[in-house]
Design a protein around this ligand. Structure first.
Ligand code: 8Y4
Length: 293
């Protein structure tokens, strides 16, 4: 038995002119183009503008450290973050995507919920759309379908500003699965093809610590939908709640969650600490395959 979990989603994901081999796990490295992100707030900003040189250096570093995908976003989903206009989001991400796509062979993912940003990101060289609102914004579904790119549909309960107030579920696993299935059905009815869908339970998005733990402990159930599974837990507050530490002190906790997620069938791990996470995934995948990857 070569694999621990029967996933049977497509082996190769076409991401524009680049490809992702889903027979092994992958790291998605985070590149924040926001002045106010959770863990690297404004590190790549000079005054009010993205610092392209610093961003390119960081992208290059993540690619060298083993990232197969670089996730580029210009909207902060942090509760209380200032809303960004479409023009602001475009100004932040399009130039960065263009520069990174031209320089590196890595797949670029655009972290956006905005139709126009999806379209311009595709023209700039993006290979994947990462939408924490699962294509629910006006025009987003048609835009995403129009790009021909794969889309990550993530579960979120509520909107970023209110989602952590008092999230309640009867059965978080069943409800998140049902939500994702409903979004899949809706997207497929609109013309999104089967092989372009990635799913994500949305750790920390309208979930208490217990909800997050229940989702991770039952992550193998998400493979039953037969789509690649992406997870993002890196440095999130679920680790802070378990270890009583700050975002900058959550590396070991993040790595523990990453290995547990791939052991339960995750295909893509979104993270900040690429080198360490890639070591973890390579070791975990070697065990699952009983050979070095
Ligand atoms: C410290 C560091 C504390 C980061 C919180 C955070 C996901 C995602 C985000 C995810 C997918 C974040 C854009 C939140 N999380 N996309 N995006 N899945 N697909 N918070 O889990 O990183 S942003």
């Amino acid at each position: 038995m070569a694999e621990l979990i029967e996933t049977s989603c497509p082996r190769l994901l076409k991401c524009g002119d680049r490809e992702l081999d889903l027979s092994r796990p992958h790291v998605m490295g985070v590149l924040n183009v926001t002045p106010d992100s959770f863990s690297d707030g404004g590190r790549y900003f000079s005054g009010n503008k993205p610092d392209l040189t610093k961003l390119l250096n960081r992208a290059e570093e993540m690619a060298a450290e083993g990232a197969s995908i670089i996730d580029i976003g210009g909207e902060s989903t942090r509760p209380g973050a200032a809303p960004v206009s479409i023009q602001q989001e475009l100004d932040r991400v399009v130039t960065v995507i263009e520069a990174v796509a031209a320089r590196l062979p890595t797949i670029i993912s655009v972290d956006t919920s905005t139709a126009q940003v999806m379209l311009e990101a595709k023209s700039a060289g993006a290979g994947l759309i990462n939408d924490v609102r699962a294509l629910t914004r006006s025009g987003a579904m048609q835009a995403a379908i129009g790009t021909g790119l794969p889309v990550c549909l993530m579960h979120m309960k509520g909107e970023p500003d209110s989602m952590q107030r008092k999230p309640e579920y009867d059965n978080v696993v069943a409800e998140v699965l049902a939500y994702l299935q409903a979004r899949i059905d809706c997207c497929q009815a609109a013309g999104l093809s089967q092989e372009k869908i990635i799913i994500d339970p949305g750790f920390g998005f309208g979930k208490t610590l217990q909800h997050n733990l229940q989702l991770l402990n039952n992550l193998d159930e998400f493979n039953r939908l037969r789509f690649p599974v992406l997870v993002g837990m890196s440095r999130k507050s679920m680790i802070g709640q378990l270890l009583d530490n700050q975002a900058g002190e959550r590396l070991y906790g993040s790595l523990a969650l990453a290995v547990l997620a791939v052991a339960k069938g995750a295909h893509i791990v979104r993270c900040h600490d690429v080198a360490a996470t890639w070591d973890v995934l390579r070791v975990a995948a070697a065990v699952a395959r009983e050979t070095k990857i």
